[in-house]
Design a protein around this ligand. Sequence first.
Ligand SMILES: NC(=O)c1ccc[n+]([C@@H]2O[C@H](COP(=O)([O-])OP(=O)(O)OC[C@H]3O[C@@H](n4cnc5c(N)ncnc54)[C@H](OP(=O)(O)O)[C@@H]3O)[C@@H](O)[C@H]2O)c1
Length: 156
Amino acid sequence: MIISLMAARSDNNVIGNNAEIPWKAEGEQLLFKAMTYNHWLLVGRKTFEAMGMLPDRKYAVVSSSLKEQISEDVCFFKSVDAALGYLSDKTGLVIVSGGGQIYAETISRVDVIHLSVIHCEAKGNVFFPAIPEKFKMVFSQDFRSNIDYTYQIWTR
Ligand SMILES: NC(=O)c1ccc[n+]([C@@H]2O[C@H](COP(=O)([O-])OP(=O)(O)OC[C@H]3O[C@@H](n4cnc5c(N)ncnc54)[C@H](OP(=O)(O)O)[C@@H]3O)[C@@H](O)[C@H]2O)c1
């Protein structure tokens, strides 16, 4: 199973402020929507509660406080390993979709990172982890918007 990670961070490395994403870069979310369509997303409980469910995606939610539960579209697991173990029998691709805790716990084991760098200094209290040195940027494209951003792909 390929483990992919998708995130957007500001120039100063912020990904969130409490439950919110503290910017609105028009168009940027289209990348996320296109890439995740019909796929399994791995998220932390806080991101799941904040984002809700997009249609046509399946969610594996990690939480120590919620009961383990398996269903067609949303599953709850006690650990990242339990979630990945279950998904490896179900799918060839999972997309790690936040938030800060889940990125930090998985970044060293993902195969590919899709990162939007939003060109602003955002105020926030949740940060993107350092990208391990084994990753190299293989693609970068700048986009003009109300807030400019750069879409990058990093692989091992
Ligand atoms: N910019 C972006 O691309 C992006 C994307 C997604 C989210 N975000 C932002 O990220 C922020 C949320 O991130 P966050 O770090 O606060 O929370 P999070 O990673 O979404 O969720 C944290 C929760 O996940 C569960 N969890 C994490 N690791 C676990 C483990 N090893 N075992 C069991 N449960 C585990 C725990 O749930 P329990 O407390 O239930 O145990 C924990 O409280 C928000 O601001 C959101 O807007 C940004």
